[in-house]
Design a protein around this ligand. Sequence first.
Ligand SMILES: Cc1cc2nc3c(=O)[nH]c(=O)nc-3n(C[C@H](O)[C@H](O)[C@H](O)COP(=O)(O)OP(=O)(O)OC[C@H]3O[C@@H](n4cnc5c(N)ncnc54)[C@H](O)[C@@H]3O)c2cc1C
Length: 555
Amino acid sequence: MKLLIIGGVAGGAAAAARARRLKEDAEIIMIDRGEFISFANCGLPYYAGNVIPDRKALFLQTPEGFRKRFRIDVRTSHNALSIDRKKKSVTIEDLNSRKVYEETYDYLILSPGAEPFLLDIPGAGSSFVHTARTIPDIDRIKSELDSGRVKKAVVIGAGYIGLEMAENLSIRGIETHVVEKLGQILPVLDKEMAAHFQRLIRSSGISIHCSEQVTAIKEIPGKGCAVHTASGKKLTADIVIMSIGVRPETALAEKAGLKTGRSGIAVDPRMRTSDEFIFAVGDAAEVAFPVTGRRLSLPLAGPAAKQARVAADTIFGLSNEYKGTYGTSIVKISSHAAAVTGASERVLKSENIPYKKIYIFPPHHASYYPGAAQMAIKLLYSPDGGNVLGAQVIGQEGTDKRADLFSAAVKHRLTVKDLAEMELCYAPPFGSAKDPVNMAGMVAQNEMQGNESFIHWEDLTGTELLLDVRTEKENKMSPVPEAINIPVDELRERLAEIPEGRTLAVFCAVGVRAHIACRMLVQKGFKASNISGGFISFLNLREASGHNQAGTTFA
Ligand SMILES: Cc1cc2nc3c(=O)[nH]c(=O)nc-3n(C[C@H](O)[C@H](O)[C@H](O)COP(=O)(O)OP(=O)(O)OC[C@H]3O[C@@H](n4cnc5c(N)ncnc54)[C@H](O)[C@@H]3O)c2cc1C
């Protein structure tokens, strides 16, 4: 059996190692057009920031180490030019000797990854502009930073990699600006959650410019360059990192006549392409996104590794299937993290999938134990049955743990009731007797049971009476237009102040006191809904809709 693998980093190297573990006498060849294999792409931003000080730490394996341990024929600086499916061979160019040769295969695994998009604007090719995908990319960036010449940086694109690069530039003391075309950072988050995260990371020292489209990068002789935006902004910089997303490398597969989908190489659940002898894994493959039923390619390392295992298992006769990617991912900026899993509200809306949502803002562990930090959780679930469809979690410690639990819930089709019932670790330094994940489930379950009705700021019609049940002090410090204020602890005595016949939209700071107030009001015969997430949700939505919003309607 001869297995040829194209691409020697996340997916390729994982497939090669698994293949060897399964079949000691298989002939396994792994080629990569780069000089390195099995390096930690995910660690590149942190190497730039000196958080990972030792370059060697980025190499999980060297070609020599890989050969020794797995007896794999590793060929770096070898570029696959084309695939002849009839002959079952690949034409390869040795980039050092320029020799072109053919290599046959019994099975072929494609793991060519995804290449960074580049803006097609004047100056995009200038020497100031860098992308961060490979070791040579980061070596160039690092040597610029280490030279001491870089005082100001502009990062184009506020996705995961852009923000990670920005953080690492900033911690090196470089004045860092991030320019983002969309009206929000991190498009995987819904806009109000992105606004929440952006507010938290304001103190990180990174300046973020949303709704700004870069139109040109112009050299300023002897003084670096200037990044120009459509609105007329001009940001000077000594280095520009372009991080506007990636495009799956499908050219080789397409040229070979393999079926491709909307966003990558089409594969079945065993990672087999339209050719039974060719498999595709990683960023280049298009897999199921089970929440919506769509197929898409999500550039994440975890899915690449798991798909590689499935491909190798299938080739060597084990039964294994890749069930889909849920987009579970996380980014850290300063001491804050933002994580997502499953579908966002934006995706559910665009796919016409019915959903309900709630927001909670609980402490990440027992509030009385020192260091409790507020988390923000948005939970999306189906209106009938309460299946968890997606979640977004923002916080400090423990953000990953909660997002991972929600991820398991989405994948295994758990319901909000299951979340409420989950038995989770608890001691004061780690969680609460009702962990934030339990709380999210309980809040949604209250709604599913008809025990509580929720409303959202953007759904207010203007006819509701807004009732603020925070303290007078809180109300004065952060007022909401048009709301009347009766603190929850005075509500029983002051019910007569509430006009009869009005529908009440009740809020507090985060929703807990409003829940108590709503239960009281409903049992007294009022029609009352809790505005989910209370004042923090108001703030998030106001910031997401533009800072000058004066009223309470956000349509
Ligand atoms: C800076 C950065 C940070 C990241 N951070 C995270 C993170 O924190 N979490 C996360 O989940 N994911 C992260 N990712 C994404 C993750 O690294 C990718 O999803 C993963 O590496 C994909 O694996 P892959 O095998 O598909 O592609 P890659 O790992 O990119 O490997 C593809 C390899 O194929 C080679 N190749 C392509 N075409 C050919 C050809 N024709 N011939 C020979 N060789 C070829 C390329 O040179 C490349 O080395 C990050 C990526 C980057 C760049």
